[in-house]
Design a protein around this ligand. Structure first.
Ligand SMILES: CC(=O)SCCNC(=O)CCNC(=O)[C@H](O)C(C)(C)COP(=O)(O)OP(=O)(O)OC[C@H]1O[C@@H](n2cnc3c(N)ncnc32)[C@H](O)[C@@H]1OP(=O)(O)O
Ligand SMILES: O=C([O-])CC(=O)C(=O)O
Length: 374
């Protein structure tokens, strides 16, 4: 890829605050959460351990992890008023709008009355998001009111269980676990920055997270995993993918799931999720979608030196697990709520309202013409 333009549009490369949560692209490609390489975490931890690390600063020991998972399990139920709201959202609504409304409604019912409650409220959202999306999805698509208080050990397992009415197999639960780890935190990305700007006004956690969901929804950010799926499922072979992709590049179309605002050589999350996508492809006997994805990766690098970001191979991985495409970005929310909330806490701990300046490019000073004369 060409050198990143620093400054100017999109505030690229500008330092907009401090964080002890993560580093992105420090060596050109790395990602660390509180000093741990994301690869190390994805190989050796459960998502709940990583959530604990992000919130509390250190990895938990066995007893701390068991306690934390126990707490989260007790927070999976949804209040009746929230269920009623979810039941009124139509089946053709965008699931990210459901997440946004679900978060906002929970804020009305169980709002953050003081910052002393911030961790408790973050845990509540972490535990409730899978319930919110699955309750709405299953009611609006299958006409059933699901039980959200399951005894599943993990957040990923809880989500898959509610979605399909059966306990997931070990491979699927493990992939969910890895995926949630990869998406958990990413420094000052657009949605996290949204959350921090909101926090800087001393607003409540539910408002910060609701705003962040809105930012994540766009196809240039979290929405890219769905957009990538829509792209790859159009092709029936790797050769067809190559031909079509070359046409898209010639027409200067954006290819979702490629490129990054910070990384210049590769997104370290890609190699990890790609490996799992390959395993899942073998598991389901796929010989189209995975080879199509690999060819897209090769063509984009060869033609444009653009690499897959975290979203691209998530598309095929989720698809192989039978997850509906429209639920891809809500899974990102189920994970990133950890990073968002931790950034809100950081902002609050050392706050000054975020209020940059604009370069004025409008008309010179002028006089109002009375309305009758205009
Ligand atoms: C988890 C995440 O949120 S990861 C990001 C998910 N988003 C996507 O996958 C959407 C597709 N990708 C993009 O739109 C961009 O790469 C972004 C938004 C991620 C980063 O944007 P920027 O930092 O502005 O991109 P960057 O400065 O690297 O762009 C350089 C050039 O490559 C082009 N380019 C960048 N990404 C792509 C792409 N995916 N497809 C085609 N061209 C691209 C840009 O248009 C730009 O061309 P130009 O100089 O002729 O205008
Ligand atoms: O950092 C970014 O700009 C986008 C991203 O990859 C993320 O939020 O995970």
């Amino acid at each position: 890829m060409a050198e990143k333009k620093v400054g100017g549009a999109g505030l690229r490369g500008q330092v907009a605050g401090k964080t002890a949560l993560s580093t992105v692209g420090v060596s050109g490609s790395g990602l660390t959460y509180r000093g741990y390489d994301v690869k190390d975490l994805a190989e050796n931890c459960e998502f709940e351990e990583v959530a604990y690390l992000i919130f509390y600063g250190e990895l938990p020991n066995k007893a701390q992890l068991a306690d934390y998972k126990g707490v989260l399990k007790t927070l999976r139920g949804l209040p009746q008023a929230l269920k009623e709201v979810l039941e009124r959202i139509p089946a053709d609504a965008h699931p990210m709008d459901v997440m946004r409304t679900g978060c906002s409604m929970l804020g009305n019912l169980e709002g953050e009355e003081s910052f002393a409650q911030q961790q408790e409220k973050a845990n509540r959202l972490l535990a409730a998001f899978p319930s919110i999306i699955c309750y709405w999805y299953r009611f609006s698509h299958d006409g059933v009111r699901i039980e959200t208080e399951t005894d599943d050990d993990s957040i990923g397992g809880h989500f898959l269980h509610m979605l399909r009415d059966e306990k997931p197999n070990a491979l699927h639960e493990q992939v969910m676990n890895v995926s949630l780890i990869l998406y958990a935190e990413h420094e000052f990305n657009a949605s996290t920055f949204t959350a921090r700007v909101c926090a800087s006004t001393l607003s409540d956690l539910f408002s910060c997270i609701t705003g962040a969901i809105g930012s994540l929804r766009g196809p240039l950010h979290g929405g890219a995993n769905e957009a990538a799926m829509e792209l790859i499922e159009r092709f029936s072979s790797a050769d067809e993918a190559e031909k079509e992709l070359l046409g898209m590049l010639e027409r200067k179309e954006k290819i979702m799931g490629f490129g990054h605002a910070v990384y210049t050589e590769s997104d370290p999350r890609n190699a990890i999720i790609k490996q799992w996508s390959e395993k899942l492809a073998a598991d389901v006997g796929d010989d189209v979608l995975y080879p199509v994805s690999v060819r897209c990766e090769e063509v984009m690098w060869r033609e444009k030196k653009l690499f897959c970001n975290a979203d691209f191979f998530h598309a095929s991985a989720y698809h192989f697990m039978g997850i509906p495409t429209k639920l891809f970005t809500p899974i990102f929310v189920m994970s990133r709520v950890t990073g968002w909330a931790a950034h809100v806490f950081e902002q609050r701990a050392d706050n000054r309202i975020i209020r940059p300046s604009a370069e004025y490019v409008g008309p010179e000073l002028r006089k109002v013409t009375p309305i009758a004369e205009r």
